[in-house]
Write a protein that binds this ligand. Structure first.
Ligand SMILES: [Zn+2]
Length: 162
């Protein structure tokens, strides 16, 4: 992973502001939802932007250094772009330099689901939304104190609420 991070960091940053506020057209976006959200991919495909769908449902990865959230200092809460589940607080965000928004802890234990991911010849831990199982990114054990964890998250599948 270190080598991948380095090569990713070596790329020249190209900031592309993307509209990640697609939830306005998404009837399933509800930050106050209590229960899990189970909706078929066929239906989600019609309410999510292609970028959100590809990452959330097909475990894609956004290009590094493309998320407006990566260096954002805005104070608020980051939610799942698919279902609105609160995932991370801005005070758990840190600048990892890895090219994706990074956090050292989720907003709550239940906010996130952890799954082993042995694809691409690596042993990693995938993180999914605890409510709708959207793919968010991965968690690595090279983060800062107090947790020592780095939640490396695709900004495309996050929305920010102040
Ligand atoms: Zn979700």
């Amino acid at each position: 992973m270190t080598m991948i991070s380095l090569s990713a960091c070596a790329q020249s940053p190209s900031k592309q502001k993307k509209d990640t506020l697609m939830e306005k057209n998404n009837p399933y976006y509800n930050p106050n939802r209590k229960e899990a959200l189970v909706v078929s991919d066929d239906i989600l495909k019609t309410v999510l932007s292609p970028e959100v769908y590809e990452i959330a449902r097909q475990k894609g990865t956004e290009r590094p250094f493309t998320s407006a959230f990566e260096n954002s200092k805005e104070v608020g809460t980051f939610h799942c772009a698919v279902c609105g589940n609160p995932l991370f607080k801005s005070n758990a965000k840190f600048e990892s330099g890895c090219g994706w928004p990074s956090f050292f802890e989720p907003i709550s234990k239940e906010a996130i689901i952890y799954l082993p991911d042995n694809t691409h010849g690596m042993v990693r831990t995938e993180v999914e939304c605890g409510k709708c199982k959207a793919h968010l990114g991965h968690v690595f054990e090279d983060g800062p104190k107090p947790t020592g964890l780095r939640y490396c998250i695709n900004g495309v599948v996050l929305t920010m609420e102040k």
